[in-house]
Design a protein around this ligand. Sequence first.
Ligand code: 3PG
Length: 410
Amino acid sequence: MTSRDYLTIDDFDVDGKTILVRVDLNVPMDPEENILDDMRIKSHIPTLKDLEDARVVLLAHQSRAGKSDFTTMKPHAKRMSRYMGKEVEYVDDIFGSHARSRISSMQKGDVILLENVRFYAEESLKRPAKEHSHTHMVKKLSPLMDIFLNDAFAVSHRSQLSITGFTEILPSGAGRVMENEITSLDRGLKGSECPCIFVLGGAKVDDSLKVAENVLSNGSADRVLLTGIVGNVMLSANGVDIGKVNMDFIGSLGYLDQIERGKQILDEFDGKIGLPIDVALNDDGKRVEVQVDELPADGFPINDIGLESIVAYSKEIRNAKTVVLNGPAGLAEKDSFALGTHEIIKAAVHSEYSIAGGGHISAEIRNLGYDDRFSHLSTGGGACIDYLAGMTLPGIKSLKDAASRYRHNQ
Ligand code: 3PG
């Protein structure tokens, strides 16, 4: 048995067992449902290889309800089959009779991937583990399983049903991705030296602001530099008129209320939060640089930070000893607006310890061929920064609780 406070695959005899594995296969997809980056799919292969003598039932999500890429797990199963060199069968059911009868007929070595677990609305309810464990999904699937493994580090900052519900009932442990994330991020945290800078971008504004508050108040970061949509929200909170089109976009994401919150954060952490001084507008595909105090009220969408911001941010990042990147600075998938994201990536690798998290920025790091130059590329976005901010991740806590129960009963 390992000396960790959670169990791993090494603690179980998996031979011939039926094992429910929660994985994170949430990947960027285009409107035709093509997978644009499969790093997360690939990341779980070592876990599956170590379960070759078991019957493996995979549970995963793709995107969120209401989003255009909220779709089935069929493309993921196909891609996974390619990496496994054998069929990973897609089953278009989560815990109904079709799924359960397929699980019951599985042979040793079989791997199946159940349907997008977020198609079941109860999955996304934020509830304590105990309550999740009383749901239909847990009641229907648990009796068919011997072991539960959580390999979905990237969603373990959410107390969702498939993350914490099964750990109350089944012997539970971490898969290889989870184990590697905890080990690597702990190593980073222990060795992290000042100054430490978090560079937060992307579109998950509420998550990023929560992390900014957290790392600045508990001292994990000396400075937080903002880019992306969260940067635009904070520019508005700072009194900058970012223009109607950008305000409308923030409204369409449901983040207008974050502007008020942003004002309080700026007051509380005066001087510790860096905002863009200029931005790049998208004028029908053309990059147009504008100072933030000269933004036209009826202008174009902000799609990147501007050149002066890139220079100022890069200088600060190069001087930091620890850098954590999360979320792209702009519309990095479009060449004209990838500059901010790419230059931040290039600056970050000069620090002693560099960590990047989140699907979009990790994809850009790989596109640039910089993956080996980071100390750790996390499969998690929000989960990675929450962990580094010292927050308790419900998915990890429930694994630790399950380990105590398991050890107590041995
Ligand atoms: C992620 O992409 O960060 C994880 O898969 C979690 O997804 P969520 O932010 O939609 O919960």
